[in-house]
Design a protein around this ligand. Structure first.
Ligand code: GDP
Length: 294
């Protein structure tokens, strides 16, 4: 994650000791440190610039409260702004049965793993009966992987290793889910190493056929600066309703979360924190902000 911002800001904030009012001059060093910390955590430069400008606007001219030090007051402003940027409260998926979810994202982002994790989460926490539908027509291994996850979670699976048309798979997957009395249908789509127009076209065709209620973009937290392009591209092409940020257990510096949410305005709904099926939870902006601040 972002290296502990509070530590990084330590000396800059100590210099504020004793000031009665926050000013452009006495805040300059701390704001520079904030900007630097954001950039080194791979936050997109535009997002970092806007963030610092907002924090500055809120700080300058404020009388320092009697009950806290100027440093604590600045940290509180930064924390609140981070929460705002990351999206206020946690966002659950739509409360609808049946619920159709399409998973999109680059290859290796954790789409298939997250499909299994989401099925488990929705079954355990929201009382859904999930079905997993394999819509990757290029990688048989991806179909096997999803089938295995479905078996482990005890949910319905549909896949067809011979069929090369995702629209047909989508249609038959819906039918199979209905016959099995599933009320949550998760479509795991193919990914590529880069965004590719053929892939986007295929996702659009599948979307038109299965009419998903939610389109979740699965993104690796380690994407760094590239996260913004990925989120923008998928969102503009298919209209994402949420982001699943994966691999937050790794040494990714979390900048991707801030950048994707603030530039695409698509809420981050879930986070993956490991390879195991229960290492997955709702995304809590306030917890993430506290983690960033340390
Ligand atoms: P896909 O190509 O997008 O379907 O990606 P996969 O679901 O196959 O995942 C790619 C790799 O990332 C696999 O080795 C997963 O075990 C791993 N992975 C997925 N999510 C997480 C996570 O939250 N944390 C960690 N550490 N690994 C993950």
């Amino acid at each position: 994650m972002l290296e502990n911002l509070t530590d990084k800001l330590g000396s800059a904030l100590r210099n504020l000791r004793g000031v009665g009012k926050l000013s452009e001059e006495n805040m300059a060093e701390a704001l520079k440190e904030v900007r630097q910390a954001l950039l080194s955590a791979d936050v997109h430069f535009k997002v970092a610039r806007e963030f610092v400008a907002t924090v500055k606007e809120q700080c300058v001219g404020q009388e320092v409260l009697k009950s806290v030090t100027p440093g604590q007051q600045v940290i509180k402003i930064i924390h609140d702004e981070l929460v705002k940027l990351l999206g206020e409260g946690a966002t659950e998926l739509e409360d609808k049965k049946p619920l159709r979810i399409m998973m999109v994202g680059l290859h290796g982002s954790g789409k298939t793993t997250s499909s299994g994790k989401l099925a488990r989460y929705m079954a355990k926490k929201r009382d859904y009966r999930p079905a997993l539908v394999a819509c990757d027509v290029y990688r048989p291994a991806a179909i096997d992987q999803l089938e295995m996850l479905a078996k482990n979670e005890g949910c319905t699976f549909y896949g067809d290793r011979e069929e090369k048309d995702v629209v047909q798979i989508g249609k038959r997957g819906l039918q199979a889910a209905k016959e099995a009395d599933a009320n949550l249908i998760i479509f795991d789509t193919a990914g590529r190493l880069q965004i590719d127009e053929n892939l986007i076209e295929e996702i659009k065709r599948l979307k038109a056929e299965v009419q998903p209620d939610e389109i979740l973009l699965v993104a690796d937290a380690a994407l760094g600066q590239e996260a913004v392009n990925v989120a923008k591209h998928f969102h503009e092409a298919v209209g994402c309703t949420g982001i699943i940020l994966t691999k937050l257990d790794g040494d990714a510096r979390g900048g991707a979360a801030l950048s994707m949410k603030s530039i695409s305005n698509v809420p981050i709904k879930f986070m993956g924190t490991g390879e195991k099926s229960d290492e997955f939870d709702l995304f809590h902006p306030d917890r993430m902000a506290s983690r960033i601040l340390g």
